[in-house]
Design a protein around this ligand. Structure first.
Ligand code: AFP
Length: 330
């Protein structure tokens, strides 16, 4: 029997729009289109073991990493869901080297969409959760179509950010600056249903740290001391999936400290500021957590290039601040 409180993402977005009488509906439409792209990607991800879509596409992305076929599919799904809508000024994707312009045959809009179509793709073959991440800015340049500078805005200027985690269920989590809301896909009706309204990081948080500890020898002494402290005196447990969206989803729900630090081989860490760190930082901040590069808030960093990387310390506020105290002794 249908419960009277079942709220689809469409209903939720329309209700949110009503709270802003000045809204044109463009933003609502954009999130709708992203939710559609998420459903299409989710459908293929859950079929990944069945169809011959696995395996690398014998290509490398702009970071020199091997691209999986599902990445290419997800990339084109997001682009095709958004490029013709008249809502988007330009896009940038982790899988594409430069800016993705809106084709001349389509109208351009006011929003800039930056996305990682399928993060954690090396986990596809082993059936581990992967995700899509998106970040939305308003176009600031004067011309009709978006340009590079529209993408190079700090995270604090995001108008919305979100991710989709393709896990034991598919969930879409987003914020537009008024709390974080989570929707679970009911595949039988093809709808995202509101399952986690107004998500807040738990207090007290679970004492869990999350880091690829195999890189220990490459870390600074301060980073080594921090992790040693967490697992000895501080008595933390440890969880690391190696799929950013999945690790952050757990951190959001349970609390903890996720770290991808700088190290001797990766002086800025691995994660990308615009595609991964900034959107998750906005979500965590909205949920009461904190996200920094070990010193400053991720959302305050002025980006210089599309694919720039940043060290990441994200999670429960008190744990991120504890990390700062150790890192300050470097
Ligand atoms: P892939 O897309 O190559 O699997 O990278 C995933 C990722 O960018 C992110 O999702 C993880 O948090 C991080 O890499 C894991 O990196 P390590 O394997 O170096 O721990």
């Amino acid at each position: 029997m249908l419960q009277s409180h079942v709220v689809t993402i469409s209903r939720f977005l329309v209700d949110q729009q009503r709270l802003h009488p000045e809204a044109t509906g463009a933003f609502t439409g954009l999130l709708h289109d992203i939710a559609l792209a998420a459903k299409l990607i989710s459908r293929e991800v859950t079929k990944a073991g069945l169809v011959d879509i696995l395996g690398s596409a014998d290509e490398e992305n702009v970071h020199g990493e091997q691209v999986q076929k599902l990445d290419l599919y997800a990339n084109s799904v997001v682009i095709r869901a958004l490029d013709h809508t008249g809502l988007v000024a330009c896009m940038a994707s982790e899988e594409s080297e430069g800016l993705i312009p809106i084709p001349e045959k389509f109208d351009a809009g006011e929003y800039v969409v930056i996305f990682d179509p399928l993060d954690g793709s090396s986990n596809i073959d082993v059936n581990v959760s992967i995700g899509t991440i998106f970040s939305i800015h308003r176009k600031t340049s004067k011309g009709e179509r978006g340009v590079l500078e529209d993408c190079l805005q700090p995270g604090r200027k995001q108008v919305a950010a979100g991710y989709v985690v393709y896990g034991s269920s598919t969930m879409l989590v987003y914020t537009s600056g008024a709390g974080v809301h989570g929707f679970t896909l009911d595949p039988s009706i093809g709808e995202f249903l509101l399952s986690h309204p107004l998500m807040r990081m738990p207090e007290p948080p679970k004492k869990v740290y999350s880091i690829n500890e195999a890189y220990y020898r490459r870390w600074s002494r301060a980073q080594q001391r921090l992790v040693t402290h967490l697992k000895t005196e501080a008595n933390f447990g440890s969880r690391y999936i190696g799929s950013f969206v999945a690790d952050m989803h757990r951190t959001l729900l349970q609390g903890g400290l996720f770290m991808y630090p700088a190290d001797s081989e990766a002086p800025n860490g691995k994660l990308r500021l615009l595609y991964e760190a900034s959107p998750l930082a906005m979500i965590l901040e909205q949920a009461g957590g904190r996200a920094t590069d070990g010193h400053r808030d991720i959302t305050s960093i002025e980006p210089e290039s599309l694919h720039q990387r940043t060290p990441v310390y994200m999670g429960s506020r008190e744990f991120v601040e504890m990390a700062h105290r150790f890192l300050a002794e470097e």
